[in-house]
Design a protein around this ligand. Structure first.
Ligand code: GMT
Length: 378
């Protein structure tokens, strides 16, 4: 198949999922065309002869306060789909991609080309931004007019049905991880670069938005730090970072809490890690928790959204109500101070992650594409 993929090319989970999916599909012989405003971060140039990237340019016109990205995207989509004879268009994240996809479909229909749209809902496009009254009618319309709709967790599907008036079937296709690729990475890792031998390494990865509850991460670490030698690796960039850095300074923990910024070396960092923290207020899935588990890193998370579908209580880690930092700190301490239990959770985390292996998921998308293509032929 010739598949066009639209996503956010940044460090967000939805962009990572879209990119990894495109790479996996190309390995199965499909021709993949990424269409977005920048080359996706996890897509290496010339990665595979079947992978192509088409940039969307939005000319800066001084008359406009807001530059019309949807217009530029849908025009580019029409151009690429027509020229390359794309079979199916897969958009990740409803806003504004599903909306631009619908316009694309209509413009192409006008010239006699039928293109099916598959929309994947990722989380904040539904639970946060999408349900805002300013966007809700457009998001509802775009979901209802997609040929196939998928959500990355059962929890997100339920949120979508609760928040919007949806009359299209939503299929749950969970996020995934390339476990084989992780197993192929060179080990053991050089953790002495980051911490002393006796220090436990705790990691948090996110886009530091308020809903990630960065202050809870620091509060949990502060409690742990009083009980055992440890270090915290904070990976990512975002609006809460400035407060987090100030808080770390106020606590005098600058040499124990390290801010690594956005990183392309997530595999290395997770390889060094003993525990992963994700106390989010909202999380439709929690891809970073899955990545940690795939590296054998147990997870202490909140029980928000789809996290309970990923992190299995008492097996791959522990969950606690949002904001219950005492419970999260206590569970973290019990795991990190009991070597036997920690080793067991490491193995179990890997086992749990293997349920989300890429091989199980790519086939589901292929079937959805085939079905969407068949549906528009009649
Ligand atoms: O979590 C974010 O802020 C980024 C956001 C995104 O669009 O990339 O993540 C969402 O999609 C990820 C991939 O499906 C999920 O793993 C995240 O749980 C989801 N975030 C939220 O629901 C808050």
């Amino acid at each position: 198949m010739k598949i066009a993929i639209v996503c956010y090319p940044t460090f967000g989970g939805s962009g990572v999922v879209a990119t990894e999916l495109g790479i996996a599909l190309s390995a199965k012989g499909h021709e993949i065309h990424f269409i977005t405003y920048r080359q996706p971060v996890r897509l290496e140039a010339l990665q595979h002869p079947l992978i192509h990237f088409h940039e969307v340019n939005v000319p800066d016109y001084p008359l406009f306060k807001y530059q019309p990205y949807e217009l530029a995207l849908s025009s580019r989509l029409v151009d690429v789909i027509k020229t390359i004879q794309i079979d199916v268009l897969h958009v990740h994240y409803a806003i504004p991609h599903a909306y631009a996809a619908y316009m694309t479909k209509m413009m192409l229909l006008d010239i006699g080309i039928k293109i099916p749209i598959v929309t994947t809902l990722h989380g904040t496009d539904i639970t946060l931004v999408g349900s805002h009254p300013f966007y809700k009618p457009a998001v509802t319309f775009s979901i209802n007019h997609s040929d196939r709709v998928t959500a990355v967790s059962q929890s997100l599907k339920e949120d979508t049905l609760r928040l919007f008036d949806i009359h299209t079937k939503i299929e749950v296709v969970p996020n995934f991880i390339d476990t084989e690729k992780i197993n192929r990475l060179g080990k053991p890792c050089e953790r002495s670069l980051l911490a002393q031998k006796e220090e436990k390494i705790i990691t948090h990865i996110s886009n530091f938005r308020p809903l990630k509850r960065i202050m809870d991460v620091i509060a949990i670490f502060e409690r742990l730090h009083k009980e055992l030698p440890c270090k915290l690796m904070m990976v990512g960039e975002g609006p809460e970072k400035i407060n987090a850095v100030a808080q770390v300074k106020a606590l005098g923990l600058e040499d124990k809490i390290i801010f690594l910024g956005n990183s392309n070396e997530i595999d290395k960092i997770l390889c060094y890690s003993d525990l992963f923290l994700l106390p989010s207020e909202k999380e439709s899935f929690g891809l970073s928790a899955l990545e940690a588990m795939a590296h054998g890193v147990p997870v202490i998370s909140s029980n928000a959204g789809g996290l309970a579908e990923v992190n299995k209580e008492g097996f791959s880690g522990y969950l606690a109500p949002v904001g219950d930092i005492e419970k999260m700190a206590q569970k973290a301490k019990s795991l990190l101070t009991d070597e036997e239990q920690h080793a067991q959770f490491r193995t179990q985390a890997k086992k749990q992650a293997s349920l989300f292996s890429i091989e199980n998921v790519v086939g589901k998308y292929e079937a959805i594409y085939a079905d969407a293509i068949a549906s528009i032929r009649f």
